[in-house]
Design a protein around this ligand. Structure first.
Ligand code: KG4
Ligand code: ZN
Length: 340
């Protein structure tokens, strides 16, 4: 079964053709990162406009690269929540138009579910149940994936998401948006024990995260040094900060795995491309847990993951009619659309 997956929840206009939820036939991404960089973050109005300009070409390219036409596509899957509302609306309305014109089923996909599904492409044998650490620019969740479309959040961030925490700390050091990627690279050359930073815990909620205190601590450290005219080592600050964020993510994730009895652990989302997070999880899971992580090119937003999750949503009968709307915030466990 061939699914066309469309993604426009943030600053990537993406489309892909995916076979049976597991095999990529094409995967096209038009990134707007360069344009948002001068503003230090994503400007929603600009994002919506660029999606509207790019979407026809991106979908066309995805079909061409997969060597198919719309006739060969069995269903159209689209990210409908959560994300920037104006950005989501471009993908949703485009997919609705395609579904109406072709008579193909319209499959709404939750953005975080699709991040999780990127693992079904990277590891063909992976099947639920498993425990997943979903870490992106907007979310930090520990999710029980009981089945392909049955999920429960057991831990979440109380404030900033991990990606946001990386981006904001990077910005304070003058590293351009999205700083998380660059901070990771710079940290490779630094000493992670150079600066003592807090390792935040949420009282009474061992699986929840809190990154805003840590972010403030590193920003204060940088500003203090700058005000006093003292030198500080950017690689050392990056390494110490990355270590603190990764320690928090791995500790809570592994505690949840142990308490809830999961032996299969999975990561998903942009931050799961982080080199230290990958190394630490590999090290700590060895001999104890089966660990799955998406290949790096599938960690960030893409259409293939929408096509992959779309396949399982389709099998579960999650098909929408033309009343489908975009939703800015929506729990991963919920579906909010009228079924066909
Ligand atoms: O999943 P994603 O592409 O978009 C959202 O759904 O938010 O995640 C983007 C986030 C950004 O905050 C970016 O800085 C972060 O993922 N990120 C990283 C790395 N690569 C991307 N953070 C830390 N280390 C990385 N290597
Ligand atoms: Zn994402």
């Amino acid at each position: 079964m061939k699914i066309l997956g469309i993604e426009s929840s943030c600053d990537e206009t993406a489309a892909a053709v995916v076979e049976d939820g597991r095999t990529i036939l094409s995967n096209i991404i038009a990134s707007q990162v360069e344009e948002h960089r001068i503003y230090g973050g994503v400007v929603p109005e600009i994002a919506s406009r660029r999606h509207a300009e790019a979407i026809v070409g991106v979908v066309d390219e995805a079909l061409k690269e997969a060597q198919c036409t719309l006739d060969d596509i069995d269903a159209i899957a689209v990210t409908y929540a959560p994300g920037l509302i104006g950005a989501l609306l471009v993908g949703v309305n485009f997919a609705k138009g395609l579904a109406l014109a072709t008579g193909k089923p319209l499959v709404p996909v939750h953005h975080l579910r699709s991040h999780i599904a990127s693992n079904y492409i990277s590891d063909k044998e992976l099947k639920p149940p498993f425990l997943c650490l979903v870490v992106s620019g907007g979310h930090s969740h520990i999710v029980e994936v009981k089945d392909y479309t049955d999920m429960r959040v057991v831990g979440r961030t109380r404030d900033d998401a991990a990606g946001e925490a990386f981006d904001k700390a990077a910005r304070a050091m003058g590293i351009p948006y999205p700083g998380g990627v660059e901070l990771d690279k710079i940290a490779e050359g630094g000493d992670e024990n150079a600066y003592a930073l807090p390792h935040p815990k949420v009282d009474g909620s061992p699986y929840d995260f809190s990154f805003s205190g840590l972010k403030t601590a590193v920003i204060n450290l940088i500003h203090n040094k700058e005000q006093k005219g003292e030198e500080y080592s950017v690689p050392d600050v990056c390494a110490s900060y990355r270590k603190a964020v990764v320690d928090s993510l791995t500790q809570n994730f592994l505690k949840a795995a142990e308490d809830l009895g999961y032996t299969t652990l999975v990561t998903a989302g942009g931050v799961s491309a982080n080199s230290l997070l990958r190394r630490e999880l590999e090290r700590q899971c060895q001999g104890k847990y089966r660990l799955y992580m998406p290949e790096k090119y599938l960690c960030g937003d893409n259409g293939a993951m929408v096509g992959a999750q779309g396949y399982y949503e389709y099998l579960a009968g999650n098909i929408a009619d033309q009343s489908l709307n975009a939703v800015a915030t929506l729990p991963i466990s919920e579906t909010r659309f009228t079924k066909q």
